[in-house]
Ligand binder design. Structure first.
Ligand SMILES: *[C@@H]1O[C@H](CO)[C@@H](O)[C@H](O)[C@H]1NC(C)=O
Length: 321
């Protein structure tokens, strides 16, 4: 045992190493940060619902994960639920600021829903949006298509096509969704499109056979990132892949890093009963690589690290010399 004096101890490198290593990881991780796109069936989202504190808290924590979120089943006719949600979200942490873009209320009867995009406005902007012109009335809630900018040199913009199907006509609506894809892709001269939402594409609403026969399955080029078998439902008694994210286009698929259903009850330690007060669905999420972020984070590392590491490395060399 070396009997090192008290003046030697503070220079012991192993104890000091984790800090620059952690710094390095932190800086590298922020440079390689993913761009996250999410879809969430927020189950009858009304003003009354969001004013309940536990619901608001959980919704805000879910939203703060996403660069772009498409909320479905927003049934708020007052028009005040989303502004309230945004206000709380913008106060929550420094991940914002966030903005929103709502569709009109869509539906065939007195029961109507909106699609609402909530997005980080310093990372992405809406270029254009439209409600799909549904000539043959195939959809109960026509997709609210939007084109967003992306912080990626490989893919500077991306079209999103959300759909919340009606459980009674899942097959018809999902086949019609292919036409919406063609429409968006022609309009914006881009094949990079993400189709996403509560498709009800499983269990009692769509048999495995019919699922496999959908145009979006039989046509080449569509990657179903939320795979069959993944549970997107909150109840322990159900196991269905209702919510989906489907990617089209080489650039878009090339950037895909991860895709999953976000088990918010587990992450936020909520009981099933508490979670069901928010929704009976999990959000689904994809992470895209932010390709070519401009090199700034890396050059920052190059500048900062040597002076930080040098004093720590030198004493280590000392005793062996
Ligand atoms: C769910 O919400 C209702 C209505 O606010 C409330 O009375 C109930 O306690 C909540 N349940 C749980 C488990 O949080």
């Amino acid at each position: 045992m070396p009997d090192s004096g008290p003046t030697w101890t503070p220079w012991r490198v192993p104890a000091a190493m984790p800090w620059p290593a952690a710094l390095l990881l932190l800086v590298l991780a922020s440079g390689a940060e993913a761009f996250r796109i999410c879809a969430f069936n927020a189950q009858r989202l009304t003003l009354t619902k969001v004013t309940r504190e536990p619901v608001m808290d959980t919704l805000v924590r879910i939203l703060a994960r996403c660069d772009i979120m498409v909320l479905q089943e927003v049934v708020d006719s007052s028009g005040n639920a989303i502004p309230l949600l945004l206000r709380e979200l913008n106060r929550y942490d420094d991940s914002g600021p966030y903005s929103s873009l709502s569709s009109p209320l869509l539906g065939r009867s007195t029961y109507m829903e909106k699609y609402v995009y909530i997005y980080r406005s310093h990372r992405t902007q809406v270029l254009e949006s439209y409600v799909y012109s549904d000539q043959d009335d195939l959809f109960v809630r026509e997709p609210f298509v939007a084109r967003f900018t992306l912080p990626s040199k490989v893919l500077p913009s991306l079209a999103l096509v959300p759909l919340h199907t009606t459980p009674k006509a899942v097959e018809k609506e999902l086949n019609a969704l292919y036409d919406v894809f063609l429409d968006a892709s022609q309009r914006w001269q881009s094949e990079d499109v993400i189709l996403l939402g509560d498709f009800n594409a499983d269990c009692g609403s769509l048999t495995k056979k019919r699922l496999s026969e959908l145009v979006l399955r039989t046509q080449d080029g569509f990657h179903w990132a939320i795979a069959d078998g993944e549970d997107t439902t909150v109840r322990a008694s159900t196991h269905c892949t209702y919510d989906r994210i489907v990617l089209h286009g080489g650039h878009c698929q090339g950037l895909l890093r991860a895709a999953y259903a976000f088990d918010f009850p587990r992450s936020f330690q909520l009981s099933e009963e508490q979670a069901l007060n928010i929704s009976d669905h999990y959000p689904v999420e994809v992470e895209l690589n932010r390709a070519a972020p401009g090199g700034q984070p890396l050059s920052l590392v190059a500048l900062l690290l040597p002076p930080l590491l040098l004093p720590l490395l030198l004493p280590q060399l000392g005793p062996t010399a």
